[in-house]
Design a binder for this molecule. Structure first.
Ligand SMILES: Nc1ncnc2c1ncn2[C@@H]1O[C@H](COP(=O)(O)OP(=O)(O)O)[C@@H](O)[C@H]1O
Ligand SMILES: [Mg+2]
Length: 394
């Protein structure tokens, strides 16, 4: 018997429908249920051949549980190791490399210093940063949003440098991206499941939450066909490169060109009350089939994770990659140099006390907030009326 588990939080429609759907298919020796955890012991396998993860982005305990489960043979969807490493700025960089258009984007240091850092932690940051060059590249109006985030939290529309300083001042320790605003004629959200099944959903982000999927595509005729084919291709390219089995990709379409806005959603909204009945039916059915397929392929005790081409090529397909030496078999006694006895370390140069940092390094005296607040020449006057902030909730 192979078990498929779903790990979820507050969701009330998708997980229940998913479990019911898998079980209704009557597959021999396959059952689905909500994951149940009563203890987590290192290197001890779970009962699950497959786990669909819908919540570990918010629960670090679950993320660690899933890594342990994956090591012991569970096919965890999405790969918890890759998910932990991934973020939106990297996604944009990779998109450029694989030929998927994305808005021009730069990364900003956080407004507040990360906890336990001081001025000397930032000696590698130029002061001031090349703000003018960044503004010229991105342009205004722009979007500013966390480089690792979701759920429309801390997403801002910014109109000019002063507006940017003001809003950046609200973002605490978040690392933000400043991004070209795409003025779009069409907008789409696309599910991608198992790196092969794609559902393209017209989406209107300016509608109230419950009406966002009640949108219709503006493009028509051959232009629409071409657009949908391009989107389909881009969705697959992104998910094959990133290695997600369950994800959504958002596109803003400008002058007929789909530009990828947000494609790091490994626990995408799948609630019937937001995506609507038809999309819900598709996502439940497709996810159920994908999970069954993965359960059948899962080999107990082996690594059953999906890795994208970015990691796979870096690890196996790259002649320049560092070759990892073989790990010696446990019984072999390594013929290594004599182990160092604690307390008898070879004499090394004495460590430099933190208070005596070398003088050569130029230490910026201002906190990051002051860096971000550096006045820029020729700042256009602030608009009289405060610009509307993008809605915070999905
Ligand atoms: N560069 C952009 N141009 C136009 N609209 C954007 C841009 N970036 C974000 N948005 C709008 O803000 C919304 C939330 O941003 P998004 O990147 O999707 O963040 P989240 O991961 O929090 O959903 C998008 O659905 C879109 O409507
Ligand atoms: Mg989004």
């Amino acid at each position: 018997m192979k078990k498929i588990g779903i790990l979820h939080g507050m969701e009330n429609t998708f997980p229940q429908a998913f479990v019911e759907r898998v079980n209704s298919k009557g597959e021999k020796d396959i059952v689905a249920e909500a994951v149940s955890i009563d203890q987590v012991v290192q290197a001890k396998p779970t009962d699950y051949a497959v786990i669909i993860d819908r919540i570990s982005q918010d629960v670090p305990f679950y993320r660690a549980y899933l890594k342990n489960a994956a090591l012991c043979g569970t096919a965890v969807i999405n790969n918890p190791f890759w998910w932990s490493a991934d973020e939106k700025f990297f996604n944009n960089c990779l998109a450029e490399q694989i030929g998927v258009p994305v808005p021009k984007t730069v990364l900003l240091p956080s407004h507040e210093r990360p906890t336990d850092t001081g001025e000397t932690s930032f000696r590698n940051l130029a002061f001031p940063l090349a703000w003018e060059a960044m503004f010229e590249y991105v342009g205004f109006p722009a979007y500013m949003k966390p480089h690792a985030g979701g759920g429309w939290k801390s997403v801002y529309q910014v109109n000019d440098p002063q507006d940017l300083w003001n809003k950046h001042g609200e973002t605490g320790q978040l690392v933000m991206m400043l991004q070209e605003e795409i003025k779009f004629e069409d907008y789409f959200r696309c599910y991608c499941i198992g790196q092969k099944d794609v559902r393209i959903m017209p989406y209107e982000p300016r509608n109230p939450h419950h009406l966002r999927y009640a949108a219709e595509m503006k493009a028509t005729g051959p232009a629409a066909e071409k657009l949908l084919a391009t989107i389909h291709d881009y969705v697959l390219r992104l998910n094959l490169a990133l290695g997600y089995d369950f994800n959504t990709v958002e596109f803003a379409v400008r002058d007929g060109i789909p530009i990828a806005i947000d494609f790091c959603n490994p626990a995408p909204d799948a609630d019937v009350y937001s995506v609507g009945h038809d999309n819900f039916e598709w996502v439940v059915e497709t996810a159920a089939n994908m999970a069954i397929e993965r359960a059948k392929k899962q080999q107990p005790g082996k690594n059953n994770l999906t890795w994208g081409t970015f990691v796979r090529d870096a690890a196996f397909g790259n002649p320049n990659a560092e070759q990892t030496p073989e790990v010696p078999a446990p019984a072999q006694k390594p013929k290594a140099a004599k182990p160092t006895v604690v307390g008898k370390e070879p004499k090394a140069a004495p460590p430099v006390p933190v208070s005596k940092v070398p003088k050569a390094a130029k230490v910026p005296q201002e906190p990051i907030s002051a860096v971000a607040g550096t006045p820029i020449p020729e700042v256009p006057p602030a608009p009289k009326k405060a610009p509307a902030k993008a809605p915070k909730k999905k």
